[in-house]
Design a protein around this ligand. Sequence first.
Ligand code: NAD
Length: 479
Amino acid sequence: MSEVKRNLIAGKWSDYTQSKSNKNPANVTDIIGEYALGSEKDVNLAVEAAQQAFQNWANASPQVRHDLLDSVGNLMAARSQEIGTILAREEGKSLAEATGETMRASQVFKFFAGEALRMTGDNIASIRPNINIDVTREPLGVVGIITPWNFPIAIPAWKIAPALAFGNCVVMKPADLTPACAHIIAELFVECGAPDGVFNLVMGRGSVVGEAMLNHPDIAAITFTGSVETGKHIALKCVETGKKFQLEMGGKNPMVILDDADLDVAVAACVSGAFYSTGQRCTAPSRFIVQKGIHDAFVSRMKQEMSKLTVGDPLDSNVNIGPVVDERQLKSNLAYVELAKQEADEVFGGEQLELEAQGFYQKPALFIGTTNDMRINREEIFGPCASVIKVKDYEEALKVANDTDFGLAAGICTQSLKYATKFKRQSEAGMVMVNLPTAGVDYHVPFGGRKGSSYGAREQGQYAIEFYTIVKTAYTFAG
Ligand code: NAD
């Protein structure tokens, strides 16, 4: 058996008592590796190491912080094929998507390397004579990072990089399904000479490692991406223990298709947005809200294009859609397909696929003839499943689009400047796309949602500084 991959605590690969096999969802006989399962004690040691490293790191020249993040970004890019292959094997997205995600993570590290040098403050005239006011930003201390499995390298990157760029130290817990990518990040930090304790990795269960992080008094802030249920729990715990927190959670993203839409553009956006990455993207559109004049043509083209999608091993370059991440998620998706058979007029696709390899394969599903009050349109499925809701006009489309507990991303396909402009203003989502899939964002601009999808400061781009720093106002009398 291969050597167990360990947690990184205080710059050392630490001892472990328990471990878990990391299995490829495309073929469960393919074991990616054996990974340590951390304990409360590991969290305590990691926080202590991060605290000890904090003063030096926070006071280090921004050039030092820049150089570390830049080196990690460069190394990641240089190894993107190898890392992408591991990502595809552990998470199940296609190799092209997995390599693309690795390159994105590398860009994020390099962007925040630059942000370390661009930290600014304000100098403001006082209302009193001979007094100067400086407003500066300082790091928070130890930041706890808790991430999901669906973007196992990009999401950690967009949390770790700004945390470190602005002078914090990190204790990170990746999703238990995807420790390999997180371990690679830790390896890169070691290879690039990160000072001991600046970046600590504790892999393991949410109920053990995650809970220990939430309970730890010396973690100043928690940045979380994952499900609404876990997010709500984290919020309560952070209030109790006085931590700053930021939550990115689920979505039930609408895509409006008006009669005047370019059908090719609309169908391409819906197919790639809803079904690529096996629909396991928080920004995937899952409610197609289609005006009545284009409805039948849209449905028929969707069926045509969906029939061309190949589901299979993500390492096969002919495959568009890999497996569902695990058996539990597959069962949940299939239960929603059964529910759709009761709720919708028609269900196209959605069946489990038995391929030669023992994996969790499912055909993309389209639920046709649905209404927005149905459970399939209210609950996040997080699989390759989307519904069609027929509407009369733009006003009804907007109402349906906004009638949801979530508010992460929303899209509209139209050639009308008037409706595109109105939708950008009237949508109750954090991110709005016109003639583009709702999934697929840039890394140098803010990312986040509203309502049940997000809580707290935005992630990514220059806005990330808001979460990872605290403002200080200093008055100087120079009379
Ligand atoms: P999840 O909530 O089950 O797990 C997320 C992380 O929380 C994991 O690391 C998990 O181990 C940890 N966790 C679980 N219980 C915990 C506890 N009691 N204390 C502390 N940590 C705990 O989510 P998931 O299944 O990994 O990811 C899928 C979800 O993530 C979907 O709902 C999806 O929409 C959401 N997501 C959102 C975004 C976004 O930016 N809005 C991006 C990607 C995924």
